[in-house]
Design a protein around this ligand. Structure first.
Ligand code: BES
Ligand code: MN
Ligand code: ZN
Length: 503
């Protein structure tokens, strides 16, 4: 899909679909819409007067122009209340306009650039391209081509506006939005690929491609290297699978003058989580192919970061393996020794993500990460607590956590801090080891986070539980069924804003 800003009035546009943005509660049409509507024999005024189109956020109404104007069809797009317009409203409504255009099999489409006080042009540009590209995503690799009605039809999108001096900012925003959305699509593809294909090896290969493309350093550790590093927890989880584990490390250096300021992004990459010996029930187990969504988000974010080149240093560490039951699998009752020397009593082999992450966090710190964010599909308890809308956060540093919340807001990805009182950590005390790997059924999302905290030395850290947000059964404005790519943009915004560089 090509996107281009054009200085043009809506009457001057000549496309298959001409989108017109209208705020909720609009009674009088603005001048150029009014002129257009006159040519359309008043059809726009009619659907508004009859209460069919109310301008509610994301509402669309298609009008046929029957040769009365230069564009084939008009799609009225509800922008909601004027004072509520923000990046996320633009992203969502743009996505819905694209869907309405696709229904008419449009190939070309014109979208208005709606500017508003408090919204800068660059952000508007970014939201427009994020919305369009994310909504355009399909995962059709395993479907026959003839299953039509699924391939996207829109090829060219013209973003039109008359305000010439914002053109450059809009273009810049469109470009950044495209990088961010590309990272999201990468993450979605990684999640949507089946687990027989997207195994630790394949994912490590994909990571290498991303790193090479952006000139980042890349390293992959296998079983032997992990043994040398004494990563007993990670290796314990991987022991049941015939597929060897991989630990991927890549580094982006965008601020060489501040080498010791290094943001560590750590991702859980269980390419399949059967539960291991503590086997999960069969229903819905297929969804556990998405248990690498944290790793996918980190890789997608690195891809975007590699293109946007923010002033920051970033170390990505992703732990890739499978959790399988077998004769070589780890068992309940085992005691594993982590890289940092702490021992962990295993009471449930299905609480595996925290074990993999514990060693990944240690490794990221050994490699110099001065502050950390880990992303993981860690607990079903988080889904119970927050549902599918918000990701749960656990942190040891309020400010750093707030930075993640702010980045999430900017991305339209809600993040909600969970209370991390020390008292909860009591639930993780083991009779025989330093920690046990489960904290009982109460406050499961919090105790999982506090388990990870035990592997973070004195430095800011945030854990982001994306179990409820990384995979969806219901398509939404710019999300299709399956992997959502959540956290890619939050992480990319977090890194870009870290040194107050504008993005
Ligand atoms: N990968 C799961 C968590 C999960 C659940 C992700 C639902 C996405 C959707 C994780 O490894 C897991 O199995 N957690 C257990 C922990 C329990 C044994 C303490 C859980 O949440 O049930
Ligand atoms: Mn599990
Ligand atoms: Zn898991």
């Amino acid at each position: 899909m090509q996107m281009k800003w054009v200085k043009e009035s809506l009457e001057g546009m000549k496309t298959d679909v001409l989108v017109i943005g209208i705020y909720e509660g609009t009674s009088a049409l603005i001048d150029d819409v009014q002129r257009l509507d006159t040519k359309l024999s008043g059809q726009i005024a009619e659907v508004i007067a009859e209460g069919i189109f109310k301008g509610k956020e994301g509402q669309t109404e298609t009008i046929f122009s029957r040769g009365q104007i230069t564009s084939k069809r008009v799609v009225l797009l509800g922008l909601g209340k004027k004072e509520k317009l923000n990046g996320e409203v633009i992203r969502k409504s743009t996505a819905l306009a694209l869907k309405a255009a696709e229904k008419t099999k449009a190939v070309t489409m014109a979208m208005p650039v709606v500017l508003q006080k408090g919204l800068d042009a660059r952000e508007v540009g970014r939201s427009l391209s994020e919305g369009l590209i994310m909504a355009n995503y399909r995962f059709l690799s395993y479907k026959k081509k003839e299953d039509d009605g699924q391939e996207p039809t829109v090829q060219n999108v013209f973003l039109y506006g008359q305000d010439e001096h914002v053109g450059e900012q809009i273009d810049k925003g469109l470009e950044e939005g495209a990088y961010l959305a590309q990272g999201v699509m990468t993450a979605r593809n990684l999640v949507n690929e089946p687990p027989n294909v997207m195994d630790p090896e394949a994912m490590a290969q994909k990571a290498e491609e991303i790193a090479r493309k952006a000139g980042m350093t890349f390293e992959v550790l296998g079983r032997e290297e992990m043994k040398d590093l004494k990563m007993g927890c990670f290796l314990g989880v991987a022991a049941g699978s015939v597929k060897p584990p991989k630990l991927v490390v890549m580094k982006y250096e965008g601020n060489p003058d501040a080498q010791d300021d290094l943001i560590g992004l750590v991702g859980k990459g269980l390419t399949f989580d059967s539960g291991g010996i503590s086997l999960k029930p069969g229903g819905g187990m297929d969804e556990m192919k998405s248990d690498m969504a944290g790793a996918a988000a980190v890789l997608g974010a690195m891809e975007a970061i590699g293109q946007m080149k923010p002033v920051a240093n970033v170390l990505a560490v992703v732990g890739l393996c499978e959790n399988m039951p077998s004769g070589t699998a780890y068992r309940p009752g085992d005691i594993l020794t982590s890289m940092n020397g702490k021992t962990v009593e295993i009471l449930n082999t299905d609480a595996e993500g925290r074990l993999v992450l514990a060693d990944c966090l240690s490794y990221a710190q050994q490699k110099g990460a001065s502050r950390l964010v880990n992303v993981a599909t860690l607990t079903g308890a988080c889904v119970i607590a927050l549902g599918n809308h918000a990701s749960g956060l656990v942190s040891n540093d309020e400010q750093w956590q707030q930075s993640v919340v702010d980045a999430g807001k900017k991305a339209g990805e809600a993040c909600w801090p969970l209370p991390a009182f020390d008292e909860y950590a009591e639930q993780l005390k083991s009779d025989v080891a330093d920690l046990q790997n489960i904290g009982g059924k109460e406050a499961g999302a919090i105790t999982a986070g506090l388990f990870l905290r035990a592997f973070v030395d004195d430095r800011p850290w945030v854990h982001m539980d994306i179990a409820g947000t990384s995979y969806t059964k219901k398509p939404k404005a710019y999300q299709s069924k399956g992997g959502t790519g959540v956290a890619v943009r939050t992480l990319a915004y977090l890194v870009s804003d870290w040194n107050h560089e504008r993005v």
